[in-house]
Write a protein that binds this ligand. Structure first.
Ligand SMILES: [Zn+2]
Length: 167
């Protein structure tokens, strides 16, 4: 989701996937998102859904920099409201029958709001490596993660090492 809208990731320019829908379906399969875990599209995604989801990714990005106003607007815009769906009932934050992009946005925005609302906003992080705009949720015990992943961590270490050598 992250990569649907950033322009630089892991030190390289990122061009949006030519086929966003295929990229999304691949990500959904990879993450094994199943009904009950938040986002539960009840129909196949269309190209228009994928475009709207890219907009949602851009809309939620500022929350990772602590922009509460943007997050509150997203909660309203996508009609986030707690309710029980299905049998057995599962707690969700999108209304039954919501369009996939709205459903995902409502659930994701609520999750981000909960993290901030319980005083854990510092765990919503942006990668600190040069040339990377990816955001992530820091689950380390002391909230000390600085990079989106090992490639960025390794690049940052190598460039710090080179800087020390030069000094
Ligand atoms: Zn990174």
């Amino acid at each position: 989701m992250n990569e649907l809208h950033v322009t630089r990731a892991r030190g390289r320019p990122v061009t949006p996937p030519a086929d966003r829908r295929a990229a999304l379906e691949e990500a959904i399969a990879r993450e094994d998102w199943t009904p009950g875990q938040g986002w539960t599209p009840d129909r196949a995604l269309t190209d228009a859904d994928a475009d709207r989801l890219a907009e949602v990714a851009a809309e939620l990005h500022p929350a990772f920099a602590g922009d509460v106003t943007a997050l509150n607007q997203a909660l309203v815009r996508h009609a986030a409201v707690p309710n029980l769906h299905g049998d057995p009932p599962v707690l969700a934050f999108h209304t039954p029958g919501a369009e996939p992009a709205d459903a995902w946005a409502a659930d994701a925005a609520t999750a981000l709001a909960m993290v901030i609302g319980v005083g854990q906003g510092r765990r919503l992080r942006s990668c600190e490596a040069e040339g990377c705009e990816l955001v992530f949720f820091d689950v380390t015990r002391n909230a000390s993660r600085r990079f989106c992943g090992l490639p960025c961590q390794n690049r940052a270490k190598a460039s710090a090492y080179r800087a020390r050598r030069r000094a």
